[in-house]
Design a protein around this ligand. Structure first.
Ligand code: ADP
Ligand code: ZN
Length: 705
């Protein structure tokens, strides 16, 4: 067992987090006890820490099996940004590159090694090169043909436990159903694995379902207040991804279509641009997203009905991994149901597929809290309504719909149960189209008896009648509507029917907690800075800090290293690499705001620092006198200096240090990051001193040129 303080210390130092999320701690303890483990956690629940944190503390290397190269690269970049040595092996690498990894392994210089299941041929070499302390199998459901992302190469993984029985295994997945879980343990040969099932409730995701009419208009108004936010639209067909992305582009959004028909290179490119915030919106078939850990996806739209709740939940789960409020919107249409029904019927295990589709349909037609329905599907019961779904926010009102129901049911009866929903509605509304006239339906007694209800509303009421069990669709027989025995009670026994009022579907924005965002907020400024840094380093922006961390910076406004380190999401390495730039931005922002409020006080705070410096006070002394952090004073002085004030910065740095930096700058060929210097001096010179020296040298160079 590892002590609590050490675990929390590592969590903060290396990952920047203050506390564990539910179950993380228990899982990590179990890993240290040497157990095999099966971890079921929803997407965004925080699975990675469960093996990454033990990896930092365990003596040898942790081998991570991960399905996609993009995913591996992302995780390795994230670990590197946190100062944790990690690498990945795959077949596209050059021999020399791989040799280097093996020799690092032998010297115990890698803590996490990512390998694709297709590259298992390396495993014996890996095992002989270094000590493997733990084997992690990410996206473990890929092993099961029950799951929805089956990958044949995963089935070889059972080999690992047989070959290396004493190395503990941790398998992780977001797929909850029991058959898949059992399959994972069987196939991985970990029958005694401890099972951890986290709550699937993702409270930060708002849930909303709307009728699928005028979808583009609805999407456009949904997106208007979300101009800069990343999101994904899932479509059923390639064609709709292309049409939709073209329309969005025409409206000025940075959108791309993503589907199986693209070349591999295109797919990689689009995915990368999305990860790096260059493309804002991806319109995708289901092929997109599995390899994406992007934490700042703010919304997900389902353009079409998904075929089951597992897929739906996994897809909406890609929003809001950072825990911030995020929106999800599903368009529900009868046409989609019919199409999916056909797919399901033609699939291998049609019974299961049809049952799953039925649950999906029930969810989208729900008249009570959607989250309750969703979670109960995953075996979780919540006692209270969630308050963050459209039904909770806008609960339906019921009325006595007996007469309306009788009209509909008797029309179906008079049509001899021979017609689909569209014809039934046409008859109810007295439509004069050719089909009706040809068949002579205008002579039916109920023709036109309910033309005061719109076509769309009738569709909704019909769906309710189906859900109440009065009507069935004969999917095998041209989707004709059939009456059930319950319907007879309504028609002949005065059985009363409660219906939910079909509210006018206004094309309005979702009422999510869309926060007021001005281009000039500190958050926006920090986002920009983050993007700049990401470009400098060639890694995705969210790997530097996620949105939640930036939000906390905005709220707490840290202006010293110590305060900065208190922010959730800031670990030691990131503080050293980025602290200065962020603090500078925060201070600069505060001062600008002050200036705007009180125009006459412009530069007052600088002036105060300047005066004290002219009196000959040292940084420590100025910082104490002014009650500001030393880093802030450094920032004042360098700014003043750069602005041309006559200050002698050299008094704050020794000649030897200045010379050393000057020499380092030449030797290192003028690197862009302070970290390079920091490492060059083997951490013997602090960041403030390096910065100061560079400011002085920068000015000298200007004068020379
Ligand atoms: P999963 O693999 O389960 O989908 P991740 O491991 O990618 O989820 O974690 C999702 C997000 O949650 C990431 O942005 C991660 O940094 C963050 N996270 C994980 N653990 C914690 C924690 N203990 N405190 C705060 N944030 C966390
Ligand atoms: Zn709800």
């Amino acid at each position: 067992m590892v002590e609590e303080v050490q675990l929390l210390g590592t969590l903060k130092e290396h990952f920047g987090f203050e506390r564990f999320r539910p179950l993380q701690r228990q899982i990590i303890d179990s890993v240290f006890e040497g157990n095999d483990n099966l971890v079921i956690m929803p997407t965004g629940g925080g699975k990675s820490i469960c093996f990454q944190l033990p990896a930092v503390l365990l003596p040898g290397v942790t081998l991570v099996i991960s399905p996609l190269i993009a995913l591996m690269k992302d995780q390795v970049d994230g670990l590197t940004a946190n100062g944790i040595p990690a690498a990945f092996l795959n077949s596209s690498q050059k021999e020399a590159e791989q040799q280097e990894i093996f020799s690092k392994l032998a010297q115990n210089e890698i803590k996490l090694l990512y390998v694709a299941p297709e590259s298992l041929q390396y495993i014996d070499t890996v095992f002989s090169a270094g000590k493997i302390s733990l084997i992690a199998i990410d996206e473990a459901h890929c092993i099961s043909s029950w799951g929805h992302d089956f990958r044949p190469a995963y089935t070889q993984l059972g080999y690992l436990k047989n070959r290396y029985p004493s190395t503990p295994v941790i398998a992780l997945t977001a797929t909850a159903d029991k058959a898949t879980r059992k399959d994972i343990c069987d196939q991985l040969n970990i029958p005694n694995a401890k099972k951890f099932v986290a709550s699937f409730d993702r409270k930060n995701l708002s849930l909303e379902v709307r009728p699928g009419i005028k979808k583009f208009e609805q999407i456009y108004s949904f997106l208007k207040p979300r101009r800069d936010e990343s999101g994904i639209v899932y479509c059923l067909s390639r064609k709709s991804t292309e049409e939709l992305s073209a329309k969005l582009k025409a409206k000025g959004f940075k959108a791309e279509a993503y589907h199986a028909g693209l070349s591999h290179a295109e797919r990689v490119q689009f995915q990368e641009d999305f990860i790096n915030d260059k493309t804002q919106i991806i319109c995708a078939t289901i092929a997109f997203g599995m390899g994406i850990d992007k934490s700042n996806v703010r919304w997900v739209i389902h353009y079409n009905l998904p075929k089951n709740l597992e897929g739906y939940y996994q897809e909406i789960g890609r929003a809001g991994r950072d825990g911030l409020p995020s929106s999800t919107l599903l368009f529900h249409s009868y046409a989609d149901v019919v199409q999916l029904q056909k797919f399901a019927e033609n699939s291998g295990n049609s019974e299961v597929q049809l049952a799953k589709l039925e649950r999906m349909k029930q969810y989208s037609e729900a008249l009570s809290c959607r989250r309750k329905i969703l979670l109960s599907y995953f075996g979780e019961l919540i006692s209270e309504d969630c308050g963050n779904c459209d039904v909770c926010r806008n609960p339906p009102e019921f009325f006595d719909g007996t007469v309306l129901a009788q009209k509909a049911l008797s029309t179906i009866y008079r049509l001899k149960e021979e017609e689909p929903i569209s014809v039934v509605i046409d008859v109810l509304r007295g439509a004069q189209n050719s089909q009706i006239i040809e068949k002579g339906y205008q002579h039916i007694k109920t023709f036109g008896i309910a033309n005061d209800v719109s076509w769309r509303d009738w569709q909704q009421y019909m769906i309710q009648l189906m859900n109440h069990g009065y009507v069935e669709i004969a999917f095998h027989d041209k989707n004709k509507l059939r009456l059930t025995s319950l319907a007879k009670k309504v028609l002949f026994e005065q059985h009363s029917v409660q219906l939910a009022d079909v509210k006018k579907v206004e094309i309005k924005q979702t009422q999510t907690i869309a926060e007021e965002k001005t281009a000039d907020s500190l958050f926006e400024r920090l986002r920009k800075l983050r993007l700049e840094l990401a470009k400098e380093e060639g890694i995705p922006a969210y790997l530097i800090f996620n949105d939640a961390t930036l939000k906390e910076m905005e709220k707490e406004r840290p202006i010293s290293d110590a305060e900065f380190m208190q922010i959730n999401g800031v670990g030691r390495q990131k503080m050293q690499n980025y602290g200065y730039r962020f603090i500078k931005e925060i201070i600069g922002f505060g001062e600008e705001k002050q200036t705007k409020k009180k125009p006459r006080s412009k530069g007052d705070t600088y002036k105060a620092t300047l005066e004290l410096s002219k009196e000959g006070l040292g940084i420590e002394e100025i910082s104490q006198k002014r009650g500001l952090a030393a880093t802030t004073i450094f920032s004042h002085l360098t700014k003043l200096f750069e602005a041309g004030e006559d200050i002698d910065l050299q008094q704050y740095i020794s000649k030897t240090d200045l010379e050393a930096v000057k020499k380092g700058k030449k030797e290192l060929d003028n690197p862009s990051s302070l970290k390079t210097y920091f490492e060059h001096f083997q951490e013997s010179m602090d960041y403030n001193t390096i910065r100061l020296a560079l400011t002085i040298l920068g000015k000298e160079e200007k004068i020379e040129s």
